[in-house]
Design a protein around this ligand. Structure first.
Ligand code: GLC
Ligand code: GLC
Length: 822
């Protein structure tokens, strides 16, 4: 069953029923001012950091779900009847409803009682504000007397504190209302130089800034007293809960259409320009007023939307494909890169599942998010690489996360995840391959944000590798520390106390437990760094790195192979994890993916064997589960993984990101059918028809789909903010379609399904545009045997970078292995 459809032409997902299984959200903002918005206008906004600079309030885990957001109420002043044109919060039975989630904008349109209302929400490029443009149409032949009431509930900036520290916060709230603009200025009187504002294009009949005055006692958003009464209270918040509501009265003639613009924004004043007059406590509005006036104009709003659309067309034009599979096309051309921008910007901090207070930008997550982002905005990727590297510790280790506002690392969600530092090598390597910008390696980057320690980025990468090398266990495999990529495989926790965090509690013993996953990751990273070293002429370094990599490979082959698949780990007692000798958790997916990605076992059949084991043991029609058999009871020696009920999350859920590794591994071994089939199973667009099972948005990947052991197999959770976005984009564009940036140029090495006759693609790469046509006989699989570049046959399949600004015609012919043999 579906709740909407894709409008591929307009790059929108159109939701045609408001009560979707879960709120289906979109993101507003691409640069610094962000918000989440649901299909019924729920959500909240923040500046850069969802925890520290929250503009509006939102209550997670509330009932009904997703209550609170960017609301406008319409009231028929002749009858007193009122409704929400976005369905929430009044849940009036609208006569028509349509939400269109587009690229960084959302429109919600409905008709009720002869009035059509369409609200457009977006954040203009370069601004720290959001526009809500309401278009109202009187569909009837009689004039209508209407009232509009807007509504936002302000957050007192630090969202965590706002939700907990009531003894203080009920006394600090302050606002100003001047010329119809509501200013939220809690703590502006002391150390903050910033405030929020809420403005409206129309003259006001009244306003409210006290939430309790607006709603009335014991009332919710569904029946505010001010709206019911038809007059605002002109309330001024003093403490309690500052709120913003404009009351506008208008008469709509027969068939008349009107536009009303609301602006919610953020502004910062310099410390010496906070007050006007300077000795007063009144906000100096000279900076913000012109911005407000500008954006309240209808033409400005139209232009801003056009600019936003143009920006997205430009960004997406970097990679465009036309394949025989419409699900692939729409994900690769629009939604997958769009999700990659969201994960780059938001990390794992703010979604319907991430509360915005828990996590900032993860070290490992950020480095992986970059993989799907560099091609689109290389300058921003560069800055992010330097930011994240600046939080690295001098011993090569890493904080597990940093706060985007302060850019400083912290331990608040734990530390000692031994995979963390290696991800930096992989993201920098990907950046170099995409851009060729080797100068980044010379950038002076501090350790632990201390400028005195600055050293070249290349040195950071060496320390990452050394960190692993210096921390190996009894089998010569890397020590796992608190955990590796799998946050929940905690081999050093032995936690027995209820509620103790597996992430932050002390690690008991750190000298034995080893990770085969990190071993694979180490080989990959050491090889990447060796390749970079060779290009820089550092031959000795490169040779040394290769030795380390070879030694690690040998350790994996000797101690990390279970007979038919790669082991997962050794626990603290030296027992294998992910082995046929275990009663549960015999095979894990991650090492099968990562070891093959690192090239381990490609030449001796182990890679193929391990992927066959994945297919035999982990495969379901909804995707490949993380492990089998699921753990049915808690095991202190394994930690959080066994705390989840079977089939969910890391305990045998389909952790979608890992599926991308298997797709890549299958492509590396040349199994086109398997690679694409794995892609198809978790492609959200291909799952749209089972939205009642999948439940999350059909336009973005979810972190997890419940596995075969779960009570609800096929049910997705944690949509939007997941490494799945970047990895699936890489898997499909670089390995299945095979258009892969390398240091020496663009490799064309597709591994596509037998049924395809080929595909076409446009790829911008280091300033040149490549128009690529791949042809293949239907019914076979194979590799590129002939590559024509601008009509000339190329020796090999790596096209050297063309002059920036040029356009290159590429014709690739795939032949089956059989044809080549005959
Ligand atoms: C979550 C985390 C990520 C981790 C994964 C597996 O997605 O954000 O860092 O690798 O779970 O535990
Ligand atoms: C990862 C896992 C999740 C776990 C969290 C912190 O995000 O996906 O299961 O709860 O890490 O432990």
């Amino acid at each position: 069953m579906r709740y909407g459809h894709f409008d591929d032409e307009r790059r929108e997902y159109v939701i045609s029923q408001p009560d979707t299984p879960l709120p289906w959200i979109n993101y507003l903002g691409m640069e610094g001012y962000f918000g989440i918005i649901s299909n019924t206008a729920g959500g909240y906004s923040f500046l850069s950091d969802a925890r520290l600079r929250r503009l509006t309030r939102y209550r997670y885990n509330n009932v009904p779900a997703d209550a609170g957001g960017r609301y406008i109420y319409i009231r028929d002043d002749s009858t007193g009847e009122y409704w929400s044109p976005t369905w929430q919060p009044t849940q009036t039975a609208l006569e028509s409803y349509e939400c269109r989630h587009g690229l960084s904008y959302t429109t919600i349109a409905s008709t009720y009682n002869g009035i059509r209302a369409e609200t457009l929400y977006y954040v203009p490029l370069g601004e720290t504000l959001e526009v809500w443009r309401l278009r109202l149409t009187n569909l009837g032949d009689e004039p209508r007397e209407l009232s509009l009431f807007s509504s936002v509930e302000f957050c007192l900036w630090d969202a965590q504190d706002d939700a907990t520290n009531f003894q203080r916060n009920f006394s600090t709230g302050e606002v100003e209302v001047v010329d119809g603009v509501i200013y939220h200025k809690t703590e502006y009187r002391e150390r903050r130089g910033h405030f929020a504002y809420f403005a409206c294009s129309e003259p006001l009949a009244g306003f409210d800034t006290s939430r309790d005055a607006f709603l009335g006692p014991y009332r919710g958003w569904d029946r505010p007293l001010a709206v019911e009464r038809g007059t605002a209270g002109n309330s001024v918040a003093n403490g309690w809960s500052p709120h913003g509501s404009h009351h506008v009265r208008l008469t709509l003639g027969p068939r008349e259409e009107r536009e009303v613009v609301f602006l919610l924004g953020y502004w910062e004043n310099q410390p010496d320009m906070k007050f006007d007059p300077p000795d007063s406590q009144i906000i100096d509005k000279r900076g913000v007023r012109p911005v407000i006036e500008h954006w309240l104009r209808a033409e400005t709003v139209d232009d801003g939307l056009e600019q936003l659309r143009a920006r997205w067309s430009e960004l997406l034009s970097t990679v465009q494909v036309e394949t025989p599979d419409s699900h692939t096309n729409r994900m690769i051309n629009t939604w997958n890169p769009y999700q990659c921008v969201a994960t780059f910007n938001i990390g794992r901090s703010a979604s319907s599942f991430e509360s915005g207070v828990d996590r900032g930008l993860g070290f490992r997550d950020t480095n992986q998010d970059l993989l799907g982002f560099i091609h689109a905005m290389p300058e921003r990727a560069r800055q992010r690489l330097l930011d994240v590297a600046s939080t690295q510790l001098a011993n090569g280790g890493a904080y597990h996360q940093y706060q985007p506002l302060t850019k400083r690392g912290n331990d608040s969600i734990g530390s000692g995840f031994n995979d963390d530092p290696l991800w930096l090598v992989l993201s920098v390597a990907a950046y170099l391959k995409e851009t060729g910008d080797v100068a980044i390696l010379d950038e002076l980057v501090p350790f632990d944000s201390d400028p005195a320690t600055a050293s070249p980025l290349l040195d950071h990468l060496r320390r990452s590798v050394r960190y692993t090398l210096d921390r190996r266990g009894p089998h010569g495999l890397p020590l796992i520390g608190r955990a590796d990529w799998n946050d929940c495989l905690n081999l050093n926790s032995f936690s027995e106390s209820p509620g103790e965090s597996f992430q932050t509690a002390a690690i008991r013993d750190d000298g034995n437990a080893e990770s085969v996953f990190i071993a694979g990751q180490f080989v990959l990273a050491a090889d990447e760094l060796a390749a970079i070293g060779l290009r820089l002429g550092h031959t000795e370094d490169a040779a040394e790195l290769r030795e380390w990599s070879d030694a690690m490979k040998a350790a994996v082959v000797a101690h990390g192979w279970d007979g038919a698949w790669f082991l997962r780990a050794y626990d603290d007692a030296g027992h294998p994890v992910g082995s046929s000798t275990n009663d549960e958790g015999q095979i894990y997916i991650e090492p099968q993916g990562m070891c093959v990605l690192a090239g381990i076992g490609l030449d001796d059949g182990r890679a193929r064997r391990s992927l066959d084991s994945v297919s035999e043991r982990l495969s379901t029609r909804h995707g490949e589960v993380l492990l089998q058999p699921a753990y049915t009871r808690y095991r202190p020696e394994l930690g959080e993984i066994s705390s989840y009920p079977p089939g969910y999350k890391e305990n045998a859920g389909i952790f979608c990101q890992t599926n991308a590794w298997i797709m890549i591994a299958e492509a590396m071994t040349g199994d086109a059918g398997a690679a694409f089939e794995y892609y198809r199973r978790i492609n959200p667009s291909a799952r749209e028809d089972i939205s009642e099972v999948h439940r999350c948005e059909p336009y973005v990947y979810a972190q997890m789909i419940a596995g075969r052991d779960a009570a609800t197999p096929g049910e997705a959770k944690n949509s939007w903010l997941t490494g799945t976005a970047a990895w699936n984009f890489v898997a499909m564009t670089q390995w299945i379609l095979g258009i892969r940036p390398e240091h020496d140029g663009l490799r064309i090495d597709p591994v596509i399904p037998a049924a395809w006759p080929g595909f076409t693609a446009t790829r911008r790469f280091r300033g040149a545009t490549y128009r690529i046509r791949v042809r293949k006989p239907v019914g076979v699989t194979g590799r590129v045997r002939k590559l024509m570049v601008d009509g000339v046959r190329l020796d090999g399949i790596v096209i050297p970078p063309a002059a920036p600004g040029s356009s290159v015609e590429v014709d690739a012919t795939v032949e089956s292995e059989l044809d080549v043999a005959s």
